[in-house]
Design a protein around this ligand. Structure first.
Ligand code: KDG
Length: 316
């Protein structure tokens, strides 16, 4: 099967308190499926392209319902493995009246056993784009090895790739993250990170220098995001800035992944890097304006956000 995107990582069942804005006092929770890489796979599929997602899931009910959720989005999950461990989860409050606080239940999870032999060469050679993130590197040594080998294979096979630094400080220290992520932040078509993540990995967040440095390491498009504020980017040594469309942000979790999905889809559809980044910023803003990682991801055709949706966001 040939695909537009292949990605792998840990999907989580996210339990969000519904009756109060604190996990401590809540009695009821809604469950949704999310996770940085699967969010990107869903964005690619909503935008009308073929995406394939690999993970290891437990032989449990959460694994089954999550696979069904992802498949319902049109993402191919036929490669997924079910293993003898539990499927990871996260518990959080919605963040409507208080800051979002989250806890993970994922140490030793099924996805943390992902290993290099899971990713066959054919998964990479048959896709147009490979996406990976620093979260998979944080969940286990075998996860980090898998990301390293997959990215190297994509480069060797001339397959386009992206890497989102995505440092999750509840999973590892900045020092450990730097050691693992710094050697991986090279030779990709798209490198994404927030200011703090560039600081942790490259030792500086001065945008012009650090983005130019990323370009020199072979990252063709290097983007430094800052939530709903101006993002900085550099393409082959040319620095520029982009202000995302203004929306009323109610839940920024997942908006970075929608941004990434929108950029990748745009590039795959033949847009210029600048147009693709603009499309990504529309996708990110839409997700931030609605509750949940997937709710606001727009639809599109052949990798392009529907014109009506894009116009509406731009006119805000
Ligand atoms: O980018 C959104 C993710 O942070 C969220 O879906 C959960 O994957 C997740 C994580 O590891 O925090």
């Amino acid at each position: 099967m040939s695909t537009d995107l292949f990605t792998f990582g840990e999907a989580l069942s996210v339990f969000i308190s519904t009756d109060t804005d604190s996990v401590m006092s809540a009695k009821t929770f809604e469950r949704v499926t999310a996770g940085a890489e699967v969010n990107v796979a869903v964005a690619i599929s909503r935008l009308g392209l073929k995406s394939q997602y690999f993970s290891r899931f437990g032989n449990d009910q959460l694994g089954s319902v999550m696979l069904a959720d992802i498949a319902a989005e049109g993402v191919d999950v036929s490669l997924a493995k079910r293993v003898n461990s539990f499927t990871g989860a996260m518990v959080r409050n919605p963040g409507k009246s208080a800051a979002v606080e989250l806890s993970y239940l994922r140490k030793g999870s099924a996805a943390s056993t992902i290993e290099p032999s899971d990713i066959l060469d054919s998964y990479i050679s048959s896709t147009r784009w490979l996406h990976a993130t620093g979260i998979t590197c944080a969940i286990s040594q075998s996860g980090a090895d898998t990301v390293k080998i997959a990215l190297e294979k994509a480069t060797a096979m001339n397959i386009k790739s992206s890497f989102d630094l995505n440092i999750r400080r509840k999973l590892w220290s900045e020092e450990d993250a730097r050691k693992v992520l710094e050697p991986l932040a090279k030779n990709v078509d798209l490198l994404i990170g927030g200011e703090d993540e560039y600081q942790a990995v490259f030792g500086t967040q001065e945008p012009k220098n650090v983005l130019a440095e990323a370009n020199k390491r072979g990252c063709k498009i290097a983007v430094m995001t800052k939530g709903d504020q101006k993002m900085r980017y550099s393409i082959d040594g040319n620095y520029a800035e982009l202000t995302p469309p203004k929306v009323l942000a109610v839940d920024p979790v997942g908006s970075g992944d929608a941004f990434t999905g929108g950029v990748i889809a745009g590039l795959l559809s033949g847009m210029s890097a600048q147009q693709a980044l603009e499309q990504g910023s529309i996708c990110g803003a839409l997700v931030a304006s609605m509750f949940g990682d997937w709710t606001g991801i727009p639809t599109g055709v052949a990798g392009v956000v529907s014109n009506q949706i894009a116009q509406k966001v731009r006119s805000n």
